[in-house]
Write a protein that binds this ligand. Structure first.
Ligand SMILES: NC(=O)c1ccc[n+]([C@@H]2O[C@H](COP(=O)([O-])OP(=O)(O)OC[C@H]3O[C@@H](n4cnc5c(N)ncnc54)[C@H](O)[C@@H]3O)[C@@H](O)[C@H]2O)c1
Length: 311
């Protein structure tokens, strides 16, 4: 068996920098290469880095061979809100790049691939509360359509070619280290920064818009636990539902007020309200729990305390 050598694609985004650091700790910095279409920023300057565009299929294959990569974490995508501004490009980037990675995994016999899906696969006809793993799935955003199609491509490459590809349907991710990349749940990160700087925040979602969310340390741990689990524990080869917490702008504002009493929130919903309204409010992740032992650590109060301790 070849030594584990990891390539992260789209590592310069909200998830990637923290996931890269998590993988450094397990596999050593020299064995984890971060890559992105952008120049290296922040902590990524400290480790191995390749600036490259995943849409260049030949370059991808060349890099995988040259660096003797055995695992790929493919994170590059256009997210829910930015995807709506350029649906054709969102479809092309999200779909083609995944197919390039899956084809490379098959041809070059990579050991494992990680590719994130999203709660955006669910649509207005999916159950709003405790949305199950298998249910009606009729996404209405191009992002959701691309993630759902991507899930089936992952399953196809596993069933047909034995590619060990694994996936999680992340909820909105909240972190203090990196900025969000154009999703509908971005408000839950912005609100902390503006609470500290301005003591006020104008929410682009209505006060009672409940959405599934997850604190970044939980998301990183879930990703690594899924990837470290024995293959025979992975019964879902599309993508696992995964849950952290669920709250509304009104609830997070009340939590923030406990730390900054003068904080005020106002509401001016925009086009993202419609996207949020199409998604479930909470997620049933019992399959991830029973298959590979997932358990979240952070709820809203614990996350809020940790955010203010670190920001
Ligand atoms: N952040 C969330 O709340 C969330 C929720 C659900 C799923 N996800 C999924 O997790 C993954 C990472 O999300 P994120 O929040 O870090 O996104 P992000 O937008 O912050 O980062 C994506 C990165 O991909 C890079 N990229 C774009 N086009 C590229 C290309 N052609 N070649 C190489 N790199 C390219 C960007 O420069 C960016 O650094 C995505 O697949 C996203 O769909 C994120």
């Amino acid at each position: 068996m070849k030594k584990t050598k990891i390539l992260l694609i789209g590592a310069g985004g909200q998830l990637g920098a923290e996931l890269t650091q998590g993988l450094w700790k397990i596999y050593g910095q020299e064995n984890v290469i971060a890559s992105d279409i952008k120049d290296a920023q922040g902590v990524l300057k400290d480790g191995p880095y390749e600036k490259f565009d995943v849409m260049q299929r030949d370059k991808l294959f060349e890099l995988l061979k040259k660096k003797e990569i055995t695992q790929v974490y493919h994170l590059a995508a256009l997210l829910s809100a930015t995807g709506e501004k350029d649906p054709r490009w969102a479809w092309k980037l999200n779909m083609e790049s995944l197919l390039f990675v899956l084809e490379a995994a098959q041809e070059l016999k990579l050991h494992k691939v990680y590719w994130p899906s999203s709660i955006a696969v669910f649509g207005p006809t999916s159950p709003k509360q405790n949305c199950p793993q298998q249910t009606i799935i009729e996404p209405t955003t191009v992002y959701g359509i691309s993630k759902y199609a991507g899930e089936f491509w992952c399953n196809y490459f596993f069933q047909r070619y034995g590619v060990d590809v694994r996936s999680l349907r992340y909820p909105g991710l909240i972190s203090y280290k990196s900025s969000p990349g154009g999703g509908t749940t971005d408000y839950a990160v912005e609100i902390f920064h503006e609470a500290l700087e301005e003591k006020k925040y104008e929410s682009f979602l209505n006060p009672d818009t409940y959405l599934p969310m997850m604190y970044m340390p939980d998301a990183i741990r879930a990703t690594i636990e899924l990837m470290e689990a024995p293959a025979n524990k992975i019964s879902v080869r599309t993508s696992y539902n995964i849950s952290g917490m669920s709250f509304s702008p009104k609830e997070i504002a009340a939590e923030i007020k406990k730390f900054i009493p003068e904080f005020e929130i106002s509401y001016k919903p925009d086009y993202r309200q419609k996207i949020a309204d199409s998604w479930p409010q909470s997620i049933d992740d019992s399959k991830a729990r029973s298959d590979w032992g997932w358990k979240q650590e952070f709820d809203l109060p614990k996350m809020t305390r940790d955010m203010f301790e670190n920001l």
